[in-house]
Design a protein around this ligand. Sequence first.
Ligand code: HEM
Length: 126
Amino acid sequence: MMLQKWIATLLLAFAVGTISWLPSTSWAAGTTTDQQVMSGFSPEVQSQNTLAPQVFNSNADNTRRWVMFALAVPLLVLLLITGGLGISMGLYGKDLFLPHLIFAGLSITLAIAHAIVGIVWFRPHL
Ligand code: HEM
């Protein structure tokens, strides 16, 4: 029984890992090089960004990044706690469903807030 749970967990980790390594469509089309991807992060290219020029390379932008980071650190902690509680339940049979549920709820709330603020600030024309 315990072995089955470990195998299921390993398979899940393998599946998530495999999916996250799948190439994106632009890679599949063979049109994008590593250098082209990285050049998008250079200050020159970012200052020419026509989608949201006012967002890049300003003091306001740095404040926004700090706010995003301040939202993201507790989010990461909540996600790790939620995962830890889930693993304790799934692998070790602990009775932790309610705490797992509460931490999952807090995590998703903060993740949605962080994502909405991020899209509004960093992708205003999306
Ligand atoms: C459920 C998890 C998360 C979701 C759905 C999420 C979503 C997003 C989205 C949609 C943006 C806007 C990105 C853009 O359009 O440029 C963003 C930005 C950002 N996120 Fe997250 N995020 C998550 C977790 C985290 C974590 C764990 C960290 C770090 C501890 C983090 C740090 C940041 C930072 C620093 C930015 C600002 C990036 C920039 O300067 O453009 N996020 N996030």
